[in-house]
Ligand binder design. Structure first.
Ligand code: SAT
Ligand code: MN
Length: 583
């Protein structure tokens, strides 16, 4: 191996010395290697074969019942100065963190194979891409990383060219919740994760690298690493606009990224192109616009609720070569989850027990599918473009049963940053803890920003420079409920009606009224043909309750104050200005 890889070799040897595996396997990402690992996991029960007639190449993994979601309370950002991690992160001093987690890693791979996974986040030849190497003792992680990233020989070649990479060390350990933690060392470009085999805790390329470490890297290099989907909207004239949209986990990012246009739009020739469903890296191009890539190569989507009605593109994507995690199965070994709505019935639940609705759902609420993006019918070839795609609009959204209207537009970039910083959402099953509690989740990055949110907001503001052609910023809420507790907006494909209004705003036509919280469409500005809405829906989706918004702005002010003197003054002034207008 060349001298440029010496640093990597040295680290691998050091880890092997410390964790004492029975064997070391360098992953090349080939089909042969993948088949070998899958066969081995089928033999030892890590994977179960699904019906190969209906779901060729697909398997099921049942995780430990205590290991089914991200564990935010056990996730740390370990910077030299506590202040650099900010009140938005759990912090530990780097020395202390290394000592604590290294003790767990001591000898933990005895009797196991240690896999070395070189991977690239983003197209192999893109200047926006960044590489990493994950060392793990989980073949399930290897199989997932192969789908979610560009993994193997090509990535190793790029690492050799770049000379740098993010180091990720992972062991499933004993899968004991009391011996579990995920540590990030942004200053050392290092991640250490112990005791969990679940997605966001174990596939280190995803949230740990592409968001926590990358956000830190992006700040110092002048770009943005965001928890956003990227989609292309092609109009009947054949022009495509790209939108990046941030929503918390399990709020429909995958559905929006793969949306099927409603009837009239399909007839007129509108098309949706999927670039990514979870993560977006963007940086200003020579023309001043923001250009985005999806650092991932696959989807790690929430299974429950995915049906031919809610997301036919996702359902079509997962007919083959898919790893399902924690779903139920039917008598003939097809995957099944709540809301699949295909007329079949589960016989076995996600824990492998006979299905009993009074015991637990057939699929865990955070059960997932892992599949290559290329299997999606709306996959865009632009996903491989090394330059990325130009972003016309940035959308922020949360799950808000009350208060927040269907859509509004920020007046300018600074206001847009405040809209993102003030985002709130009700918690979901994607993280352990109570579900349905409203919490502030700025830019949907609360669990993923690798540094102090005050500095992060300042970084966002810093893009507003002379010559910048920044996207317009919008806020949406697909989840507003009526007095009867039912959703007021149909959502799914009909969300295109809202996106189309945004694009008209981007192009300078498209009506709106000015309000203190931003520009709101009145109902007739949005194409509602074929969408019957009650008077209550009209009032709540397209109106604002000033008094309730005054209370919201007071709460936003209190929230921002938690960041103390590091918070950029411009953001506070924006909040105060709007609060005053509302009063
Ligand atoms: O569990 S993951 O972090 O991979 C997915 C998510 O929560 O968005
Ligand atoms: Mn996510």
């Amino acid at each position: 191996m060349s001298s440029r890889l010496e640093h990597l070799n040295h680290w691998v040897a050091e880890v092997a010395h410390h964790t004492r595996p029975a064997a070391i396997h360098w992953c090349d990402g080939s089909d042969t290697e993948n088949r070998m690992l899958i066969d081995q996991m089928l033999a030892d029960g890590t994977l179960h074969l699904l019906n190969q007639d209906t779901h060729p190449g697909s398997t099921l993994h049942r995780s430990h019942p205590d290991d089914v979601a991200r564990v935010e309370h056990l996730t740390y950002v370990c910077t030299t100065h506590h202040e650099d991690a900010g009140p938005n992160n759990h912090w530990m001093a780097p020395d202390e963190a290394h000592a604590e987690i290294d003790a767990l890693f001591d000898g933990c791979m005895q009797g196991r194979t240690m896999y070395v996974i070189p991977y690239c986040m983003g197209p192999i030849d893109s200047p926006l891409s960044r590489c990493g190497v994950e060392i793990t003792d989980s073949p399930y992680v290897v199989a997932n990383m192969r789908i979610m990233t560009r993994m193997g020989a090509a990535a190793l070649a790029r690492i050799e060219r770049d000379g740098t990479f993010v180091k990720g060390l992972h062991s499933i350990g004993e899968l004991d919740p009391n011996r579990r933690c995920i540590m990030h060392f942004p200053e050392e470009l290092t991640i250490k994760s112990y005791g969990s085999g679940y997605g966001g805790n174990a596939l280190l390329g995803k949230k740990c690298h592409a968001l926590r470490i990358a956000s830190h890297q992006a700040r110092s290099e002048g770009w943005l690493a965001e928890h956003m989907l990227i989609l292309g909207i092609e109009n009947p004239q054949g022009q495509t606009h790209y939108i990046a949209a941030a929503f918390p986990s399990a709020c429909g990012k995958t559905n929006l990224a793969m949306l099927i246009p409603p009837e009239g739009y399909l007839r007129d020739g509108w098309k949706i192109w999927t670039i990514g469903d979870d993560i977006c890296w963007m940086r200003p191009g020579p023309d001043g616009r923001l250009y985005a890539i999806n650092p991932e190569a696959g989807f790690f989507g929430v299974a429950p609720g995915t049906s031919n009605k809610s997301n036919p593109n996702a359902l079509a994507s997962i007919q083959s070569n898919t790893i399902f995690t924690n779903v139920g199965v039917t008598a003939d070994h097809q995957p099944w989850w709540e809301g699949i709505d295909n007329g079949q019935v589960p016989v076995t639940d996600w824990q492998g027990q006979p299905y009993d609705a009074s015991m637990r759902p057939a699929a865990h609420p955070n059960s997932r599918f892992t599949v290559s993006a290329k299997q999606c019918p709306s996959y865009s070839a632009m996903s491989e473009d090394p330059h990325g795609v130009p972003i016309s609009a940035i959308v922020f959204g949360g799950r808000r049963a009350s208060l927040v209207p269907l859509v509004f537009e920020a007046r300018d970039w600074t206001h847009g940053v405040l809209v993102g910083a003030a985002m709130g959402s009700e918690t979901t099953a994607a993280a352990t803890g109570a579900v349905g509690v409203m919490r502030r989740d700025p830019m949907a990055m609360k669990p993923f920003c690798g540094y102090n949110f005050a500095d992060y907001f300042a970084h966002w503001l810093s893009f507003d420079t002379e010559g910048a052609k920044l996207p317009k910023v919008f806020h949406v809420n697909w989840f507003r409920k009526g007095d009867d507790g039912k959703f007021l907006w149909p959502g799914f494909g009909d969300n295109l009606r809202v996106l189309e209004w945004m694009l008209r705003r981007v192009e300078g036509h498209g009506g709106a009224v000015e309000t203190p919280i931003g520009h709101l469409p009145i109902a007739h500005d949005i194409n509602l043909e074929g969408v019957p809405l009650s008077d209550e829906a009209h009032a709540k989706l397209f109106g604002i309750d000033r008094e309730a918004w005054q209370a919201e702005f007071a709460s936003i002010g209190d929230y921002l104050a938690e960041y103390g003197p590091r918070l950029p003054q411009a953001l506070l002034e924006e909040q105060r200005k709007i609060a005053a207008e509302l009063a």
